[in-house]
Design a protein around this ligand. Structure first.
Ligand SMILES: Nc1ncnc2c1ncn2[C@@H]1O[C@H](COP(=O)(O)OP(=O)(O)OP(=O)(O)O)[C@@H](O)[C@H]1O
Ligand SMILES: O=P(O)(O)OC[C@H]1O[C@H](OP(=O)(O)OP(=O)(O)O)[C@H](O)[C@@H]1O
Ligand SMILES: O=C(O)c1cccnc1
Length: 489
């Protein structure tokens, strides 16, 4: 690998974005105002909601967005012409970005982020924004599923060694913390994000001393707070009795916090180990479990009455093991025409759910002011004011006969302004606030939407004007295609 002192993330994009930008630039089309929206269609893991994460990294990326000298040099090697390279070298983000805040609950077909910028800029940002949102939202959602099962017990993130490389470990563990995890084993994440760090010790230490007694003793001599990993040789015959022996010998010199189980039948072992610890007088000690855990094994272990107080989860969280991609997309919804007016755009598909929703939109959560529960999300065109309506019609955008009228409601806008004409206007809140924000948002949802298995589908509705706009555009595009087919074009 070649190291560049001025490496930037501007080239962290697909070649086709640069090629499209070149074509726009050649045609003097690159500065037309364009609006793109980021959304996913289907919720991951069969969950009833997702937890949005990734904004902090998007902000860093957009703030620093520029092609460095070595980026330009590389593009020169690829054969792009000088005048275009000069244009790229000067390029900075000058647009406006509205986004959900991290920790917001999100649903299919709801815009998560909206980018409004000169076409070339908005196009060049696509790949990195999707890269960030797709991963971080997926991990925050998986983490929240696990936390829903763990509830008030502690769950630690142990996945760095199994993550898809260094960046995924760092940003994944941050996303897990937003989703509800309590601590990380990744020390750099602790330093960078102020997250609590925590950990025990590995089998290597027992193997290195060859014997558990020696290893636990040495560990305890240098760490007052200690948790002993008890499964290297034989959990119940050797590991737990040795941990108890060392703890008794060292007495007040240490804080014997507990033991960690990492293999075998953890329901059975935890029950016996709990009794052994209690009988020895260590009733405050905790039993920590790790080994390929996820929400399903944790739920199952709890159902078996496992005496586990703290859960360590790595691989299955950080790799989003059961669903490796969220599938979020970035779609053009509106573009400036030759006369300087905005014209809405659509992507048609034979699958009704895949037809994009045109127009610059705003996203609201309609909260019933009587029971304080959400009636659903309401997507309206930019100029609409649902909050000023007495009676709001909400209907399913695909099965339009499913509709309801809401009267006592508050329309909470879900996006905040992050960049305004290129200036950052948003202060990223502390991670602790993002974690509480998830819970505040979940409070608004009926339990039927929150269960981890076969949840009810949460309503994501379009305003009548937004829906009519979509239908008009579908008819217009279809008529144009037909006209072209019949040779009148
Ligand atoms: N009582 C239990 N009920 C359901 N699942 C359990 C129970 N105890 C452990 N598990 C899970 O079963 C799986 C056991 O995996 P596996 O058989 O590979 O582990 P092991 O052989 O005990 O340990 P090692 O990691 O050393 O191979 C793990 O995912 C673990 O979390
Ligand atoms: O199973 P996960 O959910 O990914 O949790 C992390 C795993 O990483 C460690 O094992 P590893 O075999 O890497 O090392 P060890 O010898 O320290 O157990 C730890 O003991 C856990 O089993
Ligand atoms: O601290 C631990 O126990 C730990 C850390 C990383 C991976 N597995 C376990």
């Amino acid at each position: 690998m070649t190291n560049y002192a001025d490496d930037s993330l501007a080239l962290h994009t697909d070649l086709y974005q640069i090629n499209m930008t070149k074509a726009y630039w050649d045609d003097d089309f690159h500065n037309r105002k364009a609006v793109f929206e980021v959304f996913f269609r289907k919720l991951p893991f069969g969950n009833g909601y997702a937890v949005f994460a990734g904004l902090e990294r998007i902000i860093e990326y957009v703030k620093k967005f520029h092609f460095s000298e070595s980026d330009i040099e590389y593009l020169r090697e690829l054969g792009y012409e000088e005048a275009f390279l000069e244009y790229l070298a000067e390029l900075r983000f000058t647009g406006t970005i509205r986004s959900m805040q991290e920790g917001e609950v999100a649903f299919g077909n709801v815009p998560l982020v909206r980018v409004e910028a000169p076409l070339a800029q908005a196009q060049l940002l696509e790949t990195a924004i999707l890269n960030i949102v797709n991963y971080q939202t997926l991990i925050a959602t998986k983490a929240n599923r696990i936390k829903q099962v763990v509830q008030d017990e502690v769950v630690m993130e142990f996945g760095t060694r199994r993550a898809h490389e260094l960046d995924a470990a760092i940003w994944g563990t941050r996303a897990a913390y937003i989703g509800g995890f309590d601590a990380t084993s990744n020390v750099r994440a602790g330093k960078l994000f102020g997250m609590p760090v925590s950990g025990t010790h590995a089998h290597a230490m027992v193997q290195a001393y060859r014997d558990e007694y020696q290893a636990f003793h040495k560990y305890a001599e240098s760490h007052k707070d200690c948790v002993f990993l008890v499964d290297t040789y034989d959990t119940l015959k050797s590991g737990v009795p040795t941990a108890i022996k060392v703890a008794k010998e060292l007495g007040d010199k240490i804080n014997f916090k507990g033991i960690r189980l990492d293999s075998g039948d953890m329901a059975y072992q935890s029950k016996i180990a709990r009794k052994m610890l209690d009988d020895a007088g260590f009733t405050d000690t905790k039993i920590i479990a790790s080994n390929d855990l996820d929400e399903y094994t944790i739920l199952n272990l709890k159902a078996q009455g496992a005496q586990i107080d703290v859960w360590g989860v790595g691989t299955k969280l950080i790799t989003a093991y059961d669903q490796p991609a969220l599938g979020a997309v970035y779609k053009l919804v509106s573009i400036e025409n030759e006369s300087g007016e905005m014209e809405d755009t659509i992507k048609i598909s034979s699958n009704a759910e895949k037809v994009s929703t045109p127009g610059m939109k705003r996203v609201y959560r309609i909260v019933n002011t009587v029971n304080h529960k959400s009636e659903g999300e309401y997507i309206a065109l930019e100029h609409e004011h649902p909050e000023s309506q007495e009676r709001l019609k909400m209907f399913h955008p695909v099965h339009t006969y499913i509709s309801k009228f809401v009267t006592n409601f508050e329309a909470r806008e879900l996006h905040v302004e992050v960049f305004k004409d290129g200036e950052l206007v948003y202060d990223t809140p502390p991670l602790s606030e993002m974690r509480s924000f998830v819970n505040e948002n979940l409070e608004l949802l009926w339990d039927e939407y929150k269960r981890s298995m076969n949840p009810e589908e949460y309503p994501v509705d379009l305003s009548e004007e937004c829906w009519n706009n979509k239908m008009d555009l579908i008819h217009r595009v279809k008529a144009e295609v037909k006209e072209k087919q019949s040779g009148n074009w």
